[in-house]
Design a protein around this ligand. Structure first.
Ligand code: BG6
Length: 498
């Protein structure tokens, strides 16, 4: 792989959690694999006053001990920056100049916004005021962390603000689900095999189901989460992007615009859920206190930072349709939630049943073929199909054919942030969300949010922490049921090892 040009990554919000937990470790991984540019530096920026050494020490806590660590840490620098005026960015500008000159790095800059979202519009302005945003001889790129807006209107507003200072091809809106190897593999599974794509449409597919379950609760993020909820936190962004990959047409080439055009078309084809249809198509829930493995766990409303009368959903299940030639009439189901029995994200393609049942109903009732694409954990692919039960007569039973990424022993599966940072360094925006697609996703989700906000009579169901969410989410699926996944890809059912 060709190395990216020499450059500096400037992280705003450098004293925050994401920088410590994800960004610096991802950069260190890239460094160990010799994937960083030959000349490279990270300039952390935030309001706190820290020296380079103190910033490096903080990084230590999250990095594995390794012989390359000391060398890597020399690439880390820090600059305190206030965000009150363009004047406040002058020290940052001089620091950048000093680093580029002393290390002989070209003035290629990536600015990473990992700050509170209220600063997403302000920082780009101050960068522009200081002449730091225009790409000419050197590139200037801007990575924007989630959340990208909290409503359709605020997302549109943010796009307008950013586009005042950076052009669309300089803006990289991060969605870490697109950085997951297994999500990208969706495209390869679909478009590098002759056997799936001919079946990948309304003629052969009965329904598509996406589950993204987490066993953790809000984990100290109650203050943020209570203003967000599962629909904004997981579905509007991560899971709709996954739908984009599952449902899109083949792109003309594997290239940012070609792929992103196809994703946009999927989002534009979502059949809108009108406000008065929300209770029919969307089920929301909130976890209540319960006992998991003998341990008492608190309900959502008792989590720190959460309003004790909160009606924020920690679970959402949704049924919807994609009104286009390929998917007409095929229901899509998505569910996601916190404090569910296990952590798993997977896509289940349910194929239609055979037209005539030769082998007797009782033995064949579960035989509709399923293709399960496991995003995490036990990443892999599972195909379920009917086979003859050995012995007399003709009885059929469902068997599994499975592939697990762990079988690729010598292949390193990069973490999402490694892949995404490296792509941005190389100027490849394929796995970043484009502004128009983000707005189209918000357009679909907004009526649901509005209905919930304006119609308190739409129920929010309690579900005991550690269960699969409100029972009503089962009723969304008219025939059949959700697959109840287990930790291991090949197992399923309500009762399994978690
Ligand atoms: C984040 C959400 O974007 O994604 C979290 O804010 C959620 O609430 C997380 O836990 C899930 O990501 P992953 O990669 O652990 O599935």
């Amino acid at each position: 792989m060709q190395k990216a040009e020499n450059q500096i990554l400037i992280i705003f919000g450098a004293s925050g959690d994401l920088t410590k937990r994800k960004l610096i470790p991802a950069l260190f991984e890239l460094y160990k694999q010799n994937l960083l540019p030959d000349k490279f530096a990270v300039l952390g920026a935030s309001r706190s006053t820290l020296s380079d050494d103190e910033f490096r020490k903080r990084a230590d806590e999250f990095l594995p001990n390794n012989e390359k660590l000391d060398e890597f840490k020399k690439k880390l620098f820090y600059q305190a920056v206030q965000n009150n005026s363009a004047e406040d960015f002058k020290p940052l500008k001089s620091r950048l100049k000093e680093i580029t000159e002393s290390l002989g790095i070209e003035k290629n800059y990536i600015f990473y916004l990992s700050t509170p979202p209220s600063l997403y519009g302000i920082i780009p302005k101050f960068l522009t005021d200081n002449g730091l945003s225009t790409s000419n001889k050197y590139f200037r790129r801007l990575i924007v962390e989630k959340p990208f807006g909290t409503t359709l209107e605020s997302a549109k507003e943010l796009n307008i603000q950013l586009l005042n200072y950076f052009s669309e091809n300089q803006i990289y809106r991060i969605d870490h689900y697109l950085g997951k190897e297994t999500v990208q593999n969706m495209l390869v599974t679909r478009f590098s095999n002759g056997i799936f794509e001919p079946l990948w449409n309304r003629r052969y597919i009965d329904r598509i189901e996406i589950t993204s379950a987490e066993s953790l609760g809000v984990e100290g993020r109650g203050g943020y989460y209570d203003h967000s909820g599962a629909l904004r936190d997981m579905l509007q962004n991560h899971l709709l992007q996954v739908v984009g990959f599952v449902a899109m047409e083949a792109p003309v080439v594997v290239e940012a615009n070609a792929i992103r055009n196809e994703i946009l078309k999927v989002f534009q084809s979502f059949r809108p859920i009108q406000e008065n249809e929300v209770s029919r198509y969307v089920i929301r829930g909130q976890y209540t206190e319960s006992k998991i493995g003998g341990q008492q766990v608190v309900g959502y409303r008792d989590e720190p930072g959460v309003d004790r009368f909160s009606r924020t959903e920690t679970f959402v299940a949704l049924k919807f349709f994609i009104d286009n030639w390929r998917w007409a009439g095929v229901p899509f189901y998505i569910r996601t939630g916190k404090k569910l029995p296990t952590r798993v994200t997977e896509i289940v393609i349910h194929f239609k049943n055979v037209p005539h049942n030769l082998f007797g109903t009782s033995s064949f009732e579960h035989s509709n073929n399923q293709l399960i694409i496991r995003i995490q954990p036990d990443e892999g692919i599972l195909l379920k199909f009917g086979m003859k039960t050995p012995g007399a007569g003709f009885k059929a039973q469902t068997v599994n054919m499975d592939f697990h990424y762990s079988d690729l022993a010598d292949t390193n599966v990069p973490a999402a942030y490694e892949r995404l940072l490296l792509d941005c360094m190389q100027g490849d925006a394929t796995l970043y969300a484009r502004g128009d697609a983000v707005e189209a996703a918000w357009k679909f989700v907004q009526p649901i949010l509005t209905a919930w906000e304006t119609n308190p009579e739409i129920p929010i169901y309690g579900y005991p922490a550690g269960t699969w969410g409100p029972e009503d989410s089962d009723k969304l699926i008219l025939h059949g049921q959700w697959r109840y996944p287990c930790k291991n890809l090949t197992n399923d059912g309500l009762y399994c090892e978690l």
